[in-house]
Structures are given as structure tokens and as C-alpha cells.
Design a protein around this ligand. Sequence first.
Ligand code: FES
Length: 352
Amino acid sequence: MSSQEIPEEKHLPSEQGDAHHGAVAVADDPFADPGLPVHRPRIQDIDERAAKRSERTVALLFTLSMLATVAFIASFVILPVDKIVYIFPIGKVSALNFALGVSLGAALFCIGAGAVHWARTLMSDVEVAAERHEIAAPAEVKAQVLQDFADGARESAIGRRPLIRNTMFGALALLPLSAVVILRDLGPLPEDKLRKTIWAKGKMLINQNTMEPLRPEDIVVGSLTFAMPEGLEEDAHDFQTQIAKAALMIVRIQPENIKDKKELEWSHDGIVAYSKICTHVGCPISLYEQQSHHVLCPCHQSTFDLSDGARVIFGPAGHALPQLRIGVNDEGFLEALGDFEEPVGPSFWERG
Ligand code: FES
């Protein structure tokens, strides 16, 4: 359609647009500024009862947000960490996680829904056009901005509607408490948990494949055996926490091939037990070269010499693997003669 075919009234800016914009449409210009559409008042603009209904709806949403935040905090304090509940159709979930997620989601949603409903029904919806200007605003523009801000505050009716203002402030003030209370999850301090494992004098070495106590004759030269402490059950709730520190690898080396004197003293008939946790960033070590007695961490290729105190011979690890002192009990089973004498795994202790 050519510009000549367009009815003239479609090109004319509205009265509203003229008032704010000053745009003058030219009937034969297809790119003329059409101006702003005529403002149509909403039901809330002309009916105070409808405005009151909207006000109550917004206040209700902000109040629900406050209640949801209180429910979040109460859930965090009351619900036990290990309580499992069945929620249809999700299935079995942690009651604490479910309650925290639902309550925090409801608190955020209600604040958002309240703000949107407030803006759509009660705040001024008169469109205005702002001319572009240089980035550095002159003083009179800054004054205009402040004036606009004051106008905006007046048009939002925040001063005239204390119920909305107070409930909104209440909801916004309470919401950050959700973040504050979960800081409690940063504690308690680990104390000496990172320095100690559950190995102790007299605990037998259990083969992690067969779950049977190990005898010296089970360990042959050239084999690599993984072991864990007696009494650690795989279905225990803290199994992963404990095995992450206590996992052990056992090899047998001809005693005359053991170069490190302390290693020889802490071994039994050439059987040596070392932490399986790499001292770089804690991967489980799993590759053993029986000729050289080297073990290799698959993560970043740190290599340790098990015939020489498990010292690092290659890679980013900064420390030798900790050795566990072992012996044999009266029944002929391999047992620990104490805990590791240094923390296992990554070298966090160097920093603190
Ligand atoms: S974790 Fe073992 S080399 Fe990085």
C-alpha cells in the first residue's frame, strides 16, 4: 500500500502523544511518528472499589510471601536432615529440601506476583516518550530526573497506600533472613575431622572386594589390593565420608627392595599400606606398575614410588602418600597399629 492510500487519520499522532512527544505526523510520510496510543483508563483508574480490591490482592501476596519466609526458617530449624517423605508424583524426597524449596519459591513468587499486580493495576500506566539525549546529563535534566522520580513515587501511590507499602517492606525485609539462616549450614567447624580417619590400633584390614579380613598370605607380590577398616558398613549413612579418608591400598614388595627405613618398619613382611587418596586434589589412585612399584593417579598423572616412602616422582602432587602402620593380630589377620600420622588427601594443612 502506498502512502497515498493510507487514510490520513492513521498517521495523525494522538492527543496524548502530542502532549508528551510533540511529534507531528506528515500524512504523506510512510515513516512518520505515529505518536502514542490514546490512554485508556483501567477499571481501577475509574472505580475506587476495584482499586481497593487490587490493593488487597497485592497486600495478600506480600503477606503470603512473609508467611512463606517464616515457613522456610521454621522448616530449617524443625525438620531433621535425614527425614524422607513421599510426595506425589515426585516420589521419595528429603522433607527438609522439599520444604525449603517450596517455601523459598513461594516467598519469591509472591513478592514478584505482588509487584506485577501492583504495577499492572494501580501504578500509572500513562505512556510517555523520552527523547534521547547526550550521556552526560546537564543539571536541568538531573533536576528533571529527580522530579520524575518524585512523580513516579507519587503515581505509584506508595504514599497513599500504606497497606501495600508496609506489607512490601515487611516481605522484602524478611526475605534476606532466608539467606542468613542457611549460613548455619557452613558450620559446625570440622575441628580435627580432616586430620583423623577411623583407622585405630587393632582395626583389621578388610578386603574391599570380598569384604573379608585380609591375611598376609592374601597379598602376593605384584598385586594391588584395596582395603577399608573393620566395622565400616557400606550402607552406613556416613560410609562415603569415612571411606573418602580411610581408603587404603596394599602391596607386597620384597623387603630388600624397600628403600625407606621407616616404610620398612611400618610394613609387615614386605606388605605396605598407603592411603589411596591422592595428595594433589584427592582422586582415588588405582594404577600400579608392579615392576617399578609406582602408583599412578589417573586424574593428573601424579606418580608415587611405593618402594621409597610413596614419595612423588612425577606430577602436581605436593606430598608423599601417608602410610598406615600395620601388623598381624593373634588370629593372623592384618591390622592397623594406629591411625595415619598425617592428614590424608590434598594438602590443606599447609595453608592453615
Ligand atoms: S588428583 Fe591425583 S594427580 Fe591430581
